[in-house]
Every structure is written in C-alpha cells, then in structure tokens.
Design a protein around this ligand. Structure first.
Ligand SMILES: CC(C)(COP(=O)(O)OP(=O)(O)OC[C@H]1O[C@@H](n2cnc3c(N)ncnc32)[C@H](O)[C@@H]1OP(=O)(O)O)[C@@H](O)C(=O)NCCC(=O)NCCS
Length: 402
C-alpha cells in the first residue's frame, strides 16, 4: 500500500469527519457536525490518502498548554482516525511522524491528547500527565459540608454574557495548574458553553451560574446541564477558594426536581473531596489518566517550566521515536531557571521519555515510577531530589475532553 500523507483541504473536511464517525461507530447530528467542521477550520489537518480516498485523519489544535510557571505552545491532537480497512499498517505512525516534523519546524515542544484506549500512545512517547476523578453526589438530601459556604449571591448568566465574567477564573486556574488549554472566545462558545449539543442524549442546554456581587469579580462559576432523569451533570466548576466552591456544590445539590449531581472530571486535589462531611454522599466513581503528554522537544520543555527546588542530575533518556531527545543530559535547575545540556558523566536516573512526560507537570511522583520498576535510579536519592524540584503547589488537571 502506498499512503500519501498530506494536508486535508477545507473541501475534504466533511469526508474526514465521515471517516471519524465511522471509526468511532458514531453518528453526529447537524449541530455537532457543524461545530466540528468549524473547529477543524482552525486546526492543522493531516490526512493519509490511499489514492484519493482518505484512510487516515488527525487534527491538531494550536493552543497554549499551561505548564508550571507559564504556558507552552502545543499540538493538541484530536480526531485520530484510521479506516478499519487500513489499520495496523503504520498509518497512525506516519501521521504522527508528520506532526513531529511540523512541531519541530514551528517550535512547539509539547503534544497532547485524550486517548480512546490507554494502550495506544505510550509507544509514541506519550505519558499520562494529569489525572481526573469522576464524582457523584446523592442530592436527594441536603449536601453535608464541613465548611460554611460563601454567602454571596448566585445568578444565572446567558452564554452570550458569560465569557467576560467567568474567563478570569479559568485563567487563574490555568496559572495555578498545568495541563489546562488556552481558550479564545470561539472555544468558549463552541466547546464549553454550547447550547445545541445533539451528542448529549437527553441533557438540556448548558446553564451557567456565577457566585458574587453584581459588578464585582466573580468568586466562582459552574457550567452544568440537567437531564430528564433528574441528573445534574457538571461540566466545569471553578472557584477562587473553598467557601466559593462549597457554595456552588451546595447550589447544584439543591436544584428542585433533581436527585443526583455528577461531575465527570474534577482534579484529584479538588477540595470537595475533603470538605464533604459524608463521603457516602459524595463518592468518587472513577479515576483515570486524562491528558496524555508528549515532550516533543525535551530540552525546550524542561528549560521552559519553573522549578520548585535546586537540582543537578544527569538523566539518561530513551526516546525510540525522536532521537534528538535520546542520550545523557545534565539537568541543572533551581527557582531562577534551568539548563539541560548533553553530558558524559554517568547517569543518576535512566528513564523513557514517556515517564518524563508523566512527571513533567508535577502530577506523577518519579519515586512511584522507580518503585514500579519503570525508572532506574542509579544514584540513591536522585528521584527524591528530582521530585522536590518538579513539585507544584496544585496538581495538574485537564477538565475538558476536547
Ligand atoms: C488507534 C488507531 C488510530 C491506530 O491506527 P493504526 O494505523 O492501526 O496504527 P499503526 O499501524 O501506526 O500502529 C502502530 C503501533 O501501535 C499499535 N497499536 C495501534 N493501535 C493500538 C491499539 N488500539 N491498542 C494497542 N496497540 C495499538 C500497533 O499494533 C503498532 O504496534 P507495532 O509498532 O508494535 O506493530 C486506529 O486503529 C483507529 O483509528 N482506531 C479507532 C479510533 C481510535 O481509537 N482512535 C484513537 C483516538 S485517541
């Protein structure tokens, strides 16, 4: 088979979407198709063609990803699809190869994605870098909390008025946590506040509630939908502090004609899990790797993030896909910055690039990976030193399955 890897022009986007729905055994309503078409207009679109037939497709958003101390340009992969007639012949590998070349050409040191199956992406150097919990609240009785909720007023906003009010809270969260995507106005409207989601079976439109006095900066917001079965589905909740979060969870649990609140993704260090008085009422129902991260340019990624403590170690990095990352490098970092240079000295730690990605945002302690036999600690104590330097005040989190 000869596969030709090339750009998917705008005129082929509908065919690429058809392939996507085919491989995901899915069908999209008119509103979803229109939204995805618009989304793809702003994406990099890589196609694999067998003659004139599109047999492979992937897209990459070009959004900044928050990392400790700032944000970096990233390729957020989406729509990864290979025709069932052409699977396991290297089509995905070829499309990713094209993306790595493009990332190198325009200096995007990171790539990331949500994986449909965890088994796919490790071999390409991706590691699970953020973790999400699903939470369910039994709201057939009042929510029992150990702290006093913020007493400021709550108000509903329409999607047309919401963005300027709630975006600053999202930005504050991006500044605290790695793993969060930059959003522009169109992204907010299309991906977060969409009113016409024909994918979501019986869920109603997105409702937006903010906490705070009119005219003052909001102290928190929640975006949620209510389904016919009386289930409140939380898409996103951001709060400036714990009392503000408590007020919003309290609100969600008190909506008439509902009996359950479900949040499909909250951060592993979300305060709800601590200030809930009754963990039989607030239960974690799922826990999974959310964002899979690839350090496309390890040197650029490591020297661009902030460091919590001094460290001076030699790392031996394996990278089967991108050889420029492989070899021995001395990482010298402290809170004022970092260098990462080729080294001849013996390595203190030996690891695959996927393990480095898992630790990069501060979500996975390296020592755990040493104990799991995935990272070799050649100098005793080296993993503890690197963990102290990688540590972040808040855990990284990715709350949207883009
Ligand atoms: C997953 C998918 C994109 C893989 O595409 P593909 O062209 O078959 O992948 P490749 O042939 O390049 O495979 C490269 C390697 O990954 C392995 N691999 C691919 N998909 C895998 C999977 N789902 N589970 C485990 N291993 C997988 C292959 O066996 C191959 O291994 P090898 O190098 O040891 O031979 C394709 O099967 C697909 O479109 N599936 C349905 C949609 C989907 O799940 N998309 C991913 C969305 S995140």
């Amino acid at each position: 088979m000869t596969t030709d890897i090339r750009d998917i022009p705008e005129a082929h986007v509908d065919r690429a979407l058809d392939l996507h729905y085919l491989v995901f055994h899915d069908s999209a309503g008119a509103a979803t198709r229109k939204r995805q078409h618009e989304l793809l207009r702003n994406c990099e679109r890589v196609g694999a063609y067998d003659g004139e037939e599109i047999i492979g497709f992937t897209a990459a958003h070009r959004l900044g990803l928050s990392v400790p101390g700032g944000e970096l340009p990233a390729a957020e992969l989406d729509f990864v699809s290979v025709a069932p007639t052409h699977r396991r012949r290297g089509v995905l590998t070829a499309m990713l190869g094209e993306l790595w070349r493009r990332c190198a050409a325009d200096r995007r040191p990171l790539a990331c994605l949500w994986a449909s199956e965890d088994a796919i992406y490790g071999r390409f150097g991706f590691g699970p870098a953020t973790e999400a919990y699903s939470v369910e609240i039994d709201s057939s009785r009042p929510l029992d909390l150990r702290i006093t909720p913020d007493r400021r007023p709550l108000r509903l906003l329409g999607p047309e008025d919401a963005v300027p009010v709630i975006a600053p809270l999202y930005e504050a969260s991006r500044a605290r946590r790695g793993g969060r995507l930059a959003r522009d106005e169109a992204w907010w409207r299309r991906s977060v506040l969409a009113q016409d989601d024909d994918d979501d079976d019986d869920d109603g439109p997105a409702r937006i509630v903010v906490l705070g006095d009119r005219g003052a900066p909001a102290a928190g917001y929640v975006v949620y939908r209510v389904g016919e079965k009386g289930i409140v589905t939380v898409q996103e909740l951001e709060a400036a502090d714990a009392p503000a979060a408590a007020a919003l969870w309290n609100y969600l649990a008190s909506i008439d004609l509902t009996r359950k609140v479900r949040a499909w993704a909250v951060a592993a260090d979300d305060p709800l899990l601590l200030f809930a008085a009754d963990r039989d009422q607030v239960r974690v129902t799922g826990q999974w790797p959310a964002l899979w991260l690839r350090l496309v340019d390890v040197a650029e990624a490591l020297t661009a993030r902030s460091w919590a403590a001094p460290v001076d170690l030699v790392l031996e990095v394996r990278d089967a896909t991108l050889p420029a990352n492989a070899g021995r490098f001395r990482l010298t970092a402290d809170p004022s910055g970092a260098t990462y240079e080729p080294a001849d000295a013996p390595a203190d730690l030996a690891l695959d690039v996927r393990e480095l990605a898992a630790c990069y945002l501060g979500g996975t302690p390296l020592r755990r990976l040493v104990r799991a036999g995935l990272v070799e600690e050649r100098t005793p104590g080296a993993a503890r030193l690197l963990d102290a330097a990688l540590e972040t005040e808040y855990l990284p989190f990715t709350g949207e399955d883009y």
